[in-house]
Design a protein around this ligand. Sequence first.
Ligand SMILES: Nc1ncnc2c1ncn2[C@@H]1O[C@H](COP(=O)(O)O)[C@@H](O)[C@H]1OP(=O)(O)O
Ligand SMILES: [Mg+2]
Length: 353
Amino acid sequence: MAYENELHLAQLAVQRATLLTRRVYAAKSKGTLSKSDASPVTIGDFGAQALIIAAIKHAFPSDEVVGEEDADDLRTNEALRSQIWELVQEATLDDAEAEAVLGGPIKDVDGMLTALDAGRSAGGAKGRIWALDPIDGTKGFLRGGQYAVCLALMVDGEVVVGVLGCPNLPVDDKERLDTSIGADQTDAEGKGVLFSAVLGHGATSRPLTRGALAEGTTIKMKPLEDITQATFCESVEAGHSSHGDQAAIAGKLGITKESVRMDSQAKYASIARGAGDLYLRLPISKTYQEKIWDHAAGVVIVGEAGGTVTDAWGKKLDFSIGRTLSGNKGVVAAPKAIHPEVLKVVIEVLSSK
Ligand SMILES: Nc1ncnc2c1ncn2[C@@H]1O[C@H](COP(=O)(O)O)[C@@H](O)[C@H]1OP(=O)(O)O
Ligand SMILES: [Mg+2]
């Protein structure tokens, strides 16, 4: 299979980093996250980004990375730096082979800072560039709801590999799909899902483990014969997409079920495995540009599970422009067969404003 080594590296790197974020949340819940006064999101973000970039640079030294964070804050904040260094050192997988693929633990503090700083790529249309969001859905992370550790590889501007670590999604998609799953979160095994896809080679999911990867299962979007029976996903945050426009679109499509609101790219993952059908993200701000790391992994996973993802005007999401999706507005994700019908209504609603 194409990109087999990249996929394996990405899966293990995301798994190791996701476990770190879960440990941060557990420490926050227990009140033992006291060393610096930084928010748990900041701590998790830095730790996860350092771990993932260190692994990428070990395996593919000349690849670039577009990451959300850099090391500036850590260079000036000693308490934060040592807290994150401690966490990063402890974050090893329980499997020597997996650790060897990742290059083992980061060697020293400088190595951690160098890894963080390697996320400054400007992106673009040429070469191999990874897009990384160490904690997507920060609000979800803080409320013990959905969040995701997101990593994708783009080659010449096209997303070819995507991996999402969703530690608070139920392993069994028949379980309820809501946002109150992580309230009693620990870093114990038995919760969470790792999703992945390679362009042209399908999408899979597997339970999140602490060691070697669990066996993967192919995922597919739910075949939807009657659009009025659809379940649509949207952001929890009303400031991130227009709940009003999305309700109007659902109404025009004859959808009567209430939307499922969740944070992060867990929405892409959920519809890809058939726990929901549509994802609507209608722009609310005229100026906000979506970031590539907020969509790259989710888009290839939905595409490989039988879906189509475009922006709100039907354009393909263009990951080749730089760090943002400056050529696009909004997101419409749906099973291939019904995407045109959904898009028609989206455009009607947007045009009538
Ligand atoms: N005005 C906005 N419109 C759309 N997305 C936004 C906006 N402001 C922030 N975001 C991004 O939405 C993502 C979360 O989306 P969701 O609501 O689906 O969980 C975050 O990565 C967040 O970026 P940031 O992390 O820079 O705040
Ligand atoms: Mg994000």
